[in-house]
Design a protein. Structure first.
Length: 266
């Protein structure tokens, strides 16, 4: 038979070798250690503040809230820098903040000056705790869509700082009801600002990698010197300055607003 006219042999391809099934990817277990340690230290400072406040050691209890504020700023920044931010970290941070910036300053304020008022005193302190919890819950819900340059409502660490700075400046406390009555404003005003819709400036958008004028280092050195030599006065100015900052910013913006342009002459 001539080549090309006979039946052609049909080649049967070899059966494919079965591949090993890819095992399903298990969810990652464990937590990011460094940010979680900062959050845990934040929680410890809040708990220690409550203990010292109940013992009447207000000069020791108040600075613990300030340390908790620094740790709260560090854990989020470390998580973003190391790429270890997670839903667990967000929830853990919020729970720690309720203790450190809600329960701790409320207990400190009550033991320091609100206890002579009886039920009015602990009711005002509870209002601060409730406002802090509501503020943190609202922040978690609106975090994805909020403007990073501003906070909606006063941040709970800043509100706790107002209480801590006041107690740190005058740790003797109050025992007479007529002197303690005005102190209700110490917890009611920050509580109202926390649940308000007033915008407070956020410093998260500050670019630390951008070049800044050399005089900024001189100003920072002066601030550190003042903080070391006169810590009570400096912390009070910082705490209350941030509390009234929206009002000051609104007044400045009102004066800077250009007036209506004059109408063109006919």
């Amino acid at each position: 038979m001539e080549p090309g006219f006979g039946p052609r042999a049909v080649r049967i391809p070899p059966a494919p070798v079965p591949l090993d099934p890819v095992p399903p990817r298990r969810p990652r277990r464990g937590v990011s250690v460094l940010p979680s340690l900062c959050t845990l230290a934040n929680l410890f400072c809040g708990y220690a503040c409550v203990v010292y406040a109940m013992r009447g050691e207000f000069a020791t209890a108040a600075p613990l809230i300030g340390i908790a504020v620094v740790l709260d700023m560090l854990d989020g920044r470390i998580a973003r820098m190391t790429g270890t931010a997670s839903d667990f970290g967000v929830q853990f941070d919020s729970m720690a903040d309720v203790v450190s910036f809600g329960m701790a300053p409320a207990t400190l304020a009550f033991a320091w000056g609100l206890s002579p008022l009886g039920r009015l005193g602990w009711a005002a302190a509870f209002l601060f705790v409730a406002a802090a919890a509501l503020r943190l819950a609202r922040f978690n819900v609106q975090a994805a869509s909020a403007d990073k340059r501003y906070f909606v409502g006063m941040p709970s660490p800043a509100a706790a700082g107002v209480v801590a700075a006041t107690v740190f400046a005058y740790p003797a406390g109050f025992t007479e009801p007529h002197f303690a009555a005005p102190l209700v404003l110490l917890v009611v005003v920050p509580a109202a600002l926390m649940v308000s819709t007033i915008r407070f400036r956020s410093f998260k958008s500050v670019d630390t990698q951008q070049r800044h004028p050399f005089r900024l280092l001189i100003l920072f050195a002066l601030f550190m010197t003042a903080l070391v030599t006169r810590p009570q006065e400096v912390l009070v100015v910082l705490a209350y300055g941030y509390l009234i900052s929206p009002l000051v910013g609104g007044v400045i913006a009102r004066f800077r607003r250009p007036g209506p342009e004059p109408a063109p002459e006919a």
